[in-house]
Design a protein around this ligand. Structure first.
Ligand SMILES: C[S@@+](CC[C@H](N)C(=O)[O-])C[C@H]1O[C@@H](n2cnc3c(N)ncnc32)[C@H](O)[C@@H]1O
Length: 257
């Protein structure tokens, strides 16, 4: 493909649909069948990932994640907890942890690994009393769960209600601007603008074991735009450290104003 406008959605390979396919990646790993899975973007760009990334021990975790976990205190909400690798660490330290995930199989694994409070719950439908938490974890790029700038804005507003004064959101994110130097990603970002989407939006689906999951939207928001969203929603980026120049990965601590 050249730099032409990409107005039509490319055809994706037809595979049988399995709704909780990412959950099965996690579940299979937990059952002793670790493996690779793929994320296919709706321009057909394919990225391989491995289930092992969600089962790291404390020693195996990237140092920026260990550093973020060391800032957790009080009542913790882990949003999009996956296999619960971060939630388990904090529960072992004696913190009260609630893990939520949209995937029933991921939550089954969280419970089997000993998490006392693991719930199947969409981030967009969180149902907790006001000021229930002191720390929110959104690890491994999980601000992306917002799906769009408007979606993330709604999520941050809701978290402002759910988190007590002085509470924090601990997260890490890859900066999407750096991906624009890659021609494939640059073309995708231009396509997003053409179709009226945020440049850093991604429509993705999981592929694994001959199946595909449902498409979902994942937001790669720029730091600049995240700062603006924080201002609008009562959050402040108190710490932001670039941890990996090549990948432009940032560890971020946001404080509730
Ligand atoms: C990139 S994984 C990160 C898992 C975990 N935080 C970790 O670092 O190991 C994203 C997780 O978010 C969950 N997720 C995606 N969209 C969600 C939503 N709308 N509400 C709750 N969980 C969601 C997925 O099922 C998946 O387990």
């Amino acid at each position: 493909m050249n730099a032409m406008a990409m107005t039509d959605k490319p055809a994706l390979p037809q595979l049988p649909l399995e709704r909780d396919l990412f959950g099965r990646v996690i579940f299979d790993h937990f059952q002793g069948r670790p493996g690779d899975y793929y994320l296919r973007r709706d321009d057909n760009f394919l990225e391989r990932d491995t289930s092992a990334r969600y089962f790291r021990s404390w020693e195996e975790m990237p140092s920026h994640q260990r550093c973020l976990l060391n800032h957790a205190r009080g009542r913790v909400l882990d949003i999009g907890a996956g296999a619960g690798q971060h939630a388990c660490v904090l529960q072992e330290r004696g913190l009260a942890v609630t893990a939520i995930d949209a995937s029933p199989l991921a939550i089954e694994v969280c419970r089997a690994r000993g998490l006392h409070d693991a719930r199947v719950m969409e981030a967009q439908e969180m149902d907790f009393p006001a000021q229930s938490f002191d720390t929110v974890l959104m690890m491994n790029n999980n601000l992306g769960i917002g799906g769009s700038p408007g979606g993330l804005r709604g999520l941050l507003l809701h978290l402002h209600e759910l988190v007590a004064p002085g509470g924090v959101i601990l997260t890490d994110k890859r900066e999407c601007e750096c991906t624009a130097v890659n021609p494939t990603h640059a073309r995708y970002q231009r396509w997003n603008v053409e179709r009226g989407w945020y440049p850093g939006s991604q429509r993705l689906r999981v592929e694994y074991d001959g199946h595909c999951g449902e498409e979902f939207d994942w937001l790669m928001i720029t730091l600049h735009d995240l700062r603006d969203l924080c201002k609008e929603t009562g959050w402040r980026i108190a710490r932001c450290v670039q941890v990996n120049a090549g990948d432009a990965m940032y560890a971020i601590g946001m404080e509730r104003e």
